[in-house]
Design a protein around this ligand. Structure first.
Ligand code: GLU
Length: 445
């Protein structure tokens, strides 16, 4: 790393003590930027990197809510509005007990570059709460969402900051959040939040978009070697929104998905994961992964151990940050895995990423591979602005074009900087230069 980049990183660590995920996300970007700051001293002169590492605004608030037994609970809510050079802040809300400021900042920081890579007019932000939705009734979820929105509503708007879902926040939560925003403001401002139900301004294919997009991106990578998903063995970690629809698209493209997981363990099904059954278990019944195995003759559940022990050609980590470590990477390499595409945000540890890349495994970083979700959120904003509602086919086609475009941008940038096939460098530099150029044009604000 150059001296300027190292100094910027040291400042981030000093200013944000204890926020290890945020440090990791910043390091992973700055590590790639050496060649670009060498070529563009104007970025250094205008202090673009230190300016980018400091969020524009960080909001922390109290969320009181009452459970079904009339007991009062207090959680913490966050919204980090990181950078709005390319458009209104855009990024999801995560409800999970592990959430603290450092997680939201890492996600918000990643979101800046991811959103820039989509080529769409959206800035970067993220929010959430340490609220645990697991085991809560619908009414408890609703009351929590209403209380959370009562504060958040003061900071968001269709042209200022547009939240959406992430872990623990799906269609049900977005409905309650939007309902409360509508009640508080007295306005039907559709473009204030994305991931809405189709009945009230949502976009078709938004639910599927992140998983589909990850598979489209991986397919583009393989095309360069005349390959594709057809006939490949795939392992997908997680069984949330992203994982579920990655499974569906991989199946559609002729692959066999042999394993999926959730927080209770993983299931191996050599017959190929049955998408409809998995969707029913996880989306409708909200049950554990063992409920899937119970209904499949050749499937078995493994608790303990790692899903990455299951041999595969393609690994799609779609669960959460740092879920795939160096040991897992080595196992994947030994088992002949040829491609890893991150459906989740930062699921591979830096050591795992290094091991995979140096072994010649094709590697797609999350900010490129999982950008289909937020890109389709931007398509939802377009539909809301024009009071239109597109067909599933049209929206999916747009999503695919966007993923092809992101792939092209990453690959071309990697070539331009003398590192062909390095999607980490390509994604970081391509995302960074778009934001940096906009910051330069907008002046010191
Ligand atoms: N949470 C998703 C992400 O990590 C989607 C954000 C959005 O749609 O705004 O990109």
């Amino acid at each position: 790393m150059t001296q300027d980049l190292q100094a910027a990183f040291d400042t981030v660590v000093r200013r944000n003590p204890g926020e290890s995920e945020f440090h990791q996300a910043v390091y992973e970007v700055l590590e790639s930027l050496g060649p670009v700051v060498e070529r563009h001293p104007e970025y250094v002169d205008a202090s673009i990197i230190p300016r980018l590492c400091e969020p524009n605004r960080q909001i922390i608030f109290k969320v009181n809510w009452e459970d079904d037994n009339c007991r009062i609970h207090t959680n913490r809510g966050f919204r980090v509005q990181f950078n709005s050079s390319l458009g209104p802040y855009k990024g999801g809300l995560r409800f999970h007990p592990s959430v603290y400021l450092g997680i939201i900042k890492f996600l918000g920081f990643e979101q800046i570059f991811k959103n820039a890579l989509t080529g769409m007019p959206i800035g970067g932000g993220k929010g959430g709460s340490d609220f645990d939705p697991k085991g809560k009734s619908d009414n408890e979820i609703m009351r929590f969402c209403q209380s959370f929105m009562t504060e958040l509503s003061q900071h968001i708007g269709a042209d200022t900051d547009v939240p959406a879902g992430d872990i623990g926040v799906g269609g049900r939560e977005i409905g309650y959040l939007f309902g409360q925003y509508k009640k508080l403001t007295g306005r039907y401002e559709s473009g204030v939040i994305t991931g809405k139900g189709i009945l009230f301004g949502g976009s078709r294919a938004r639910t599927e978009a992140t998983g589909y997009g990850t598979v489209f991106f991986a397919e583009e990578m393989m095309k360069l070697n005349g390959q594709g998903f057809d006939g490949k063995k795939v392992v997908v970690s997680g069984s949330g929104n992203v994982a579920l629809y990655a499974v569906e698209k991989a199946n559609q493209l002729g692959a066999t998905v042999v394993a999926v997981s959730d927080s209770s363990g993983y299931v191996v099904d050599e017959d190929g994961i049955d998408f409809e059954l998995l969707q029913d278990v996880k989306e409708k019944r909200r049950a554990r992964i063992s409920a899937y195995a119970d209904e499949r003759p050749n499937a078995h559940v493994v608790t303990g151990g790692s899903i990455w022990d299951v041999p595969c050609d393609i690994a799609l980590p779609c669960a959460t940050q740092n879920e795939l470590d160096e040991n897992a990477a080595k196992t994947l390499i030994q088992n002949g895995c040829k491609l890893v595409a991150e459906g989740a945000n930062m699921p591979c540890t830096p050591q795992a990423t290094r091991a995979l890349r140096s072994a010649g495994v094709l590697f797609a970083p999350g900010k490129a591979a999982n950008a289909g979700g937020v890109a389709t959120s931007a398509l939802e904003m377009q539909q809301n602005a024009s009071r239109d509602s597109w067909s599933f086919e049209h929206t999916e086609e747009r999503l695919q074009q966007i993923m092809v475009g992101i792939h092209e941008r990453c690959a071309e940038t990697a070539d331009e900087y003398g590192h062909p096939g390095d999607y980490v460098l390509g994604a970081n530099i391509a995302g960074f230069t778009r934001v940096a150029d906009a910051m330069l044009a907008l002046g010191v604000i």
